[in-house]
Design a binder for this molecule. Structure first.
Ligand code: 9J3
Ligand code: ZN
Length: 308
């Protein structure tokens, strides 16, 4: 169903298909297995999404300062990597739940990983491997930041100490300001990425029809450095109409709101990453129907229901 809300897109979307088609025989076997499992294992659910991690979400669980996973962190020295400036890995401590999707996060112009560090434990504790990075120089421009996000993803999945904890087929990118501009650049270059979230993104290129990655554009109503009228709004508007996308404009916020912990940023980022990196449709309830304006949301646009 299309949303017919004031701020929602209403353009028709192509038909959706289950990613895995099942034969009747397969369905019956799966159903039999599910019945057996739920009958024999107390508390077991018949999960049919192999990427689902963690308990059923609630508004409280995605607004909380920490998710259900205890986390660890490891420093990655700039001297040990190439293509980006090192960083910090945040990841669920336990290996009992198998691999996790992963997200790399870039800071903005003149800034360091410390400026986005709050997102490390906040997202990792929900069941992601998170890599906050430094850039080669703090003056690097968005196109460079995009390449550095991809270099960091490659390091993460092939060389890092946590490579065995990461599902290399389920990756995302985030970033603040020029790091948000780089997030769009990275997604344009690597269309296999599953999620992108520019936070008060800044880029002189305001047109992104090339993206194939589900993208949540986050802007701030009081941003005078990357004003939404000349950055986030055109970014969102230029994304394909058929793409799973959303625009969240924070109320009472500035360009630097993403630099300190924000429940609104965390809540919608978690929902977006879960929905598109983990294909976890339990989180679509927080994205659809389109959230209404509130004390913390100046405006929200999207094209529910999502199809990826
Ligand atoms: O990363 C950013 O904060 C970009 C905003 C900026 O300082 O642009 C001026 C060139
Ligand atoms: Zn463009």
């Amino acid at each position: 169903m299309q949303q017919h809300l004031p701020s929602g897109d209403t353009s028709p979307r192509p038909g959706t298909a289950r990613s895995r088609a099942r034969t009747l025989k397969g369905l019956l076997a799966a159903a039999a297995t599910a019945v057996l499992m739920t009958a024999l294992v107390p508390g077991a659910r018949a999960a049919d999404n192999p990427y689902e991690r963690g308990p059923a979400p609630t508004v409280s669980s995605i607004e909380a300062s920490r998710g259900s996973y205890a986390t660890s962190q490891t420093t990655v020295s700039s001297l040990s990597v190439s293509g980006f400036g090192g960083g910090t890995l945040y990841y669920p401590t336990s290996t009992a739940d198998g691999t996790f999707g992963a997200v790399v996060i870039s800071p903005g112009f003149t800034a360091y990983q410390s400026s986005i560090a709050w997102l490390g434990p906040r997202l990792a504790s929900q069941g992601f491997v998170v890599f906050t990075i430094d850039t080669n120089t703090t003056l690097d421009q968005p196109d460079s930041r995009g390449r550095q996000l991809l270099a960091a993803l490659d390091y993460l999945t092939t060389s890092s100490s946590v490579r065995g904890r990461v599902d290399a087929s389920r990756l995302g990118v985030m970033g603040h300001s020029m790091g948000g501009g780089g997030t769009l650049e990275a997604a344009k270059s690597r269309t296999s990425l599953k999620a992108a979230i520019p936070l008060t993104g800044w880029n002189l290129d305001t047109t992104w029809p090339e993206l194939r990655t589900p993208t949540l554009v986050v802007g701030a109503d009081g941003d005078t450095i990357a004003p939404v009228a000349t950055h986030s709004k055109p970014f969102y508007g230029s994304l394909p109409g058929s793409l799973d996308k959303a625009y969240l404009e924070l109320r009472g916020a500035t360009h630097f709101t993403p630099n300190t912990s924000s429940t609104t940023i965390a809540k919608y980022s978690i929902a977006w990453l879960k929905r598109f990196i983990d294909e976890d449709t339990r989180y679509e309830q927080f994205l659809c129907p389109i959230p209404q304006p509130s004390l913390t949301i100046a405006e929200y646009r999207g094209n529910c229901p999502y199809t990826a």
